[in-house]
Design a protein around this ligand. Structure first.
Ligand code: AMP
Ligand code: ZN
Length: 470
């Protein structure tokens, strides 16, 4: 079965066919780094991680690009309000770049603890201002901009495909004009490409540009950096569902206005939100849950990963401590099952035609079906509960599955390796097996008893004898 993804552009499930065979260019919107990532943000990055791992398992060579928004992401989507970076720096008595560096490190600490593979390309907005200016110049040269009140705007009425992604109609946007605060805009959907003036005076980071000294609008960084690293057209772009109507809609307008190439991106993948009982979680509103707050409450980051993959990325997921607790317990049972197999066997590749390969096929089939992690997880459970599978084959297959799920099962295997590699005990086990084979059960029992006195327990399993310390 081919890999199929739900494409927000067109709202259908589509077979993934890359622009270049066997390669996949993937851009996932990265974090704004004026504060810690909240657990909702981490849902977006686990989704990207599952997508990348699935593509790799399917044999695609993936270039994964993630931006770090360390400049100019304002608190409102209407390009006004206070700069979150400046506000955060002021509150903490640090420079803007110190704040950005601190929270970027915190972000990658969090993602590493959740077994999220670090993207091959991580790019900072502040280090790509020239790319942004270059792209804005092309947009301007193609006639899509106007200047008003000192800022350079994108004129959405000039762009035919505006709103295709979000199924917006430019006429409707005009009708909503009364709600917009920026009087410079010809159309409320227009957005700033380059600011030289804004409502807040103390913008910390500014650069020279053809439009005056200032700083870029929020959306342009993603267009400029994705094009820089993935080319003028690429395969997949992802982000949270909140980005559909504004951020991604504007990214498409900018990129296609600059290059004239359509479609800029073939597949748009959006994760639904993680919600709290109390409602939406917001980075700018504060008072949100971080990964550290889950750890402080006694949970492992992988308990949270387990909780997330228990839901499908396109369904809203409600966070509660009770559901995290049940994810923790399930992961514990899963590891116990896995470790009990690891005690008695080493992973062994199944022979061709083995029924366990069918289960592995079903596992991959679930992921191929728009990344259905809940079904994939239940295939892993089915495998571990299946008594007809030998422990070695079950271990091997579970590890294959975990290459995508990322629950760190290989560490549970490593935890048992130390025991297997103790030659003295292995030799005693071999002597006991020989004694049993020769019918000398007294000797076999004596060997077992001798080891027991040293605190070593022997466990006879289907594929031999394992040992563990009391
Ligand atoms: P931000 O750092 O605020 O730009 O957000 C980073 C990513 O997290 C973006 O892809 C957002 O769409 C996504 N996101 C924000 N809040 C949530 C949430 N509650 N649940 C899932 N994804 C979210
Ligand atoms: Zn973006």
């Amino acid at each position: 079965m081919p890999l199929r993804l739900y494409n927000t552009l067109g709202r259908t499930l589509e077979e993934f066919i890359p622009l270049v065979p066997k390669k996949a260019g993937f851009y996932g919107c990265g974090p704004t780094v004026y504060n810690y990532a909240h657990i909702g943000n981490l849902r977006a990055y686990v989704t990207h991680d599952i997508l990348v791992r699935t593509l790799r398992e399917r044999g695609f060579q993936v270039t994964h690009v993630m931006n770090i928004t360390d400049v100019g992401h304002l608190s409102g989507d209407n390009d006004f309000g206070e700069d979150k970076m400046v506000k955060s720096a002021e509150e903490r008595g640090k420079s803007v770049l110190e704040i950005a560096g601190f929270y970027t490190r915190a972000f990658f600490d969090d993602t590493a603890r959740m077994n999220i593979i670090r993207p091959g390309v991580v790019c900072r907005a502040t280090e790509h201002i020239d790319d942004m200016i270059g792209l804005i110049k092309r947009i301007e040269a193609n006639g899509y901009t106007y200047t008003a009140g000192g800022n350079l705007y994108f004129d959405i009425s000039r762009f035919d495909h505006y709103g295709d992604l979000a199924l917006l109609r430019v006429e409707d946007l005009k009708a909503g004009a009364r709600t917009d605060l920026d009087e410079n805009k010809r159309n409320p959907g227009d957005f700033v490409l380059w600011f030289t003036k804004s409502k807040f005076e103390n913008q910390a980071l500014v650069w020279d540009s053809p439009w005056g000294r200032g700083y870029p609008g929020w959306h342009i960084e993603c267009s400029a950096m994705s094009i820089r690293y993935l080319g003028e057209q690429f395969d997949i772009h992802a982000g949270g569902i909140d980005h559909v109507p504004i951020h991604h809609t504007n990214e498409i307008a900018q990129s296609e206005a600059a290059t004239g190439k359509h479609p800029w991106v073939r597949y748009w993948v959006h994760n639904e939100f993680l919600v709290l009982d109390k409602g939406k979680m917001s980075k700018s509103a504060g008072g949100f849950l971080t990964l550290q707050s889950l750890i402080d409450a006694g949970y492992d980051p992988l308990d949270y990963r387990y909780f997330l993959i228990g839901g499908h990325y396109r369904s809203q997921l409600r966070f509660s401590w009770d559901s995290l607790e049940s994810a923790k317990n399930s992961r514990k049972s899963l590891r116990e099952k896995f470790r009990s197999l690891a005690v008695s066997a080493r992973p062994g590749e199944p022979a061709a035609g083995s029924s366990v390969l069918e289960r592995l096929g079903a596992f991959h089939g679930a992921l191929d079906d728009d990344l259905s992690t809940p079904r994939a997880l239940s295939e892993l459970w089915g495998l571990l509960r299946d008594n007809t599978v030998t422990p070695g084959e079950a271990l091997w297959t579970a590890l294959q599955m975990d290459r995508v799920l990322g629950l760190g099962l290989e560490n549970d295997l490593a935890a048992d390796k130390g025991r297997e590699e103790n030659p003295e005990i292995e030799e005693q086990i071999a002597r006991r097996a020989a004694a049993k084979a020769a019918g000398d059960f007294a000797l076999a029992d004596a060997i077992r008893g001798g080891l027991r006195e040293k605190g070593i327990i022997l466990e006879d399993g289907k594929s031999g004898t394992a040992w563990r310390r009391i």
